[in-house]
Design a protein. Structure first.
Length: 186
């Protein structure tokens, strides 16, 4: 398994395959190592605030260096915009959502895989930075407030078969303890 492969999250790949087709252009905000670059046949663009490596042997694979509050893209140019564990780190999430709405084509989709309130609060202490904290329902409300329609809550589905006795515990942890996943349509 490559160093990038080990950072992929199964349910992120699942939803990208579900909502993206080969004719799409997609933008990942906070792309980091670009681990989702090859998950779909779509044209992928990775955006991050820096192209500097995380650490030695851990490079970022960034196509566009910019902030998500001022996306350097024309209006209505992407089919899908997504972010994994990144929105909670941005100082103005409503501005980010406004920018996503602006650059999405009519009928385009946002997908946010973010940490839920419990996990955000735990990370806040380790990162020594004040972060917003939302539940999955609050994140859905933020999308609706930003003009997205058909907003849905999604589950962090595990598709890989794991040891049967561990599956229920892992499912519980993923549902109850880590993720707020929402989607909406422009």
């Amino acid at each position: 398994m490559s160093s990038v492969e080990k950072y992929k999250i199964d349910f992120v790949e699942h939803y990208l395959r579900e909502f993206v087709n080969q004719n799409y252009t997609i933008l990942e905000i906070g792309c980091g190592m670009g681990q989702y670059r090859d998950c779909t046949p779509a044209h992928y663009v990775g955006l991050d605030v820096t192209s500097a490596p995380y650490k030695e042997n851990c490079p970022r694979k960034v196509d566009v260096v910019a902030t998500a509050t001022d996306l350097p893209a024309p209006a209505e140019c992407y089919h899908v915009v997504f972010a994994v564990g990144a929105l909670y780190q941005m100082p103005d999430p409503l501005r980010v959502l406004s920018e996503c709405h602006r650059i999405l084509k009519p009928g385009g989709r946002v997908l946010f895989f973010d940490y839920n309130r419990r996990t955000q609060k735990r990370l806040e202490g380790g990162e020594r930075a004040k972060r917003p904290a939302w539940s999955q329902w609050r994140l859905k409300h933020l999308l609706q407030t930003s003009g997205f329609r058909n907003c849905q809550l999604l589950l962090p589905l595990c598709r890989k078969v794991r040891e049967p006795r561990k599956t229920f515990r892992l499912f519980q942890e993923e549902i109850l303890g880590h993720w707020a996943i929402v989607t909406g349509v422009r």
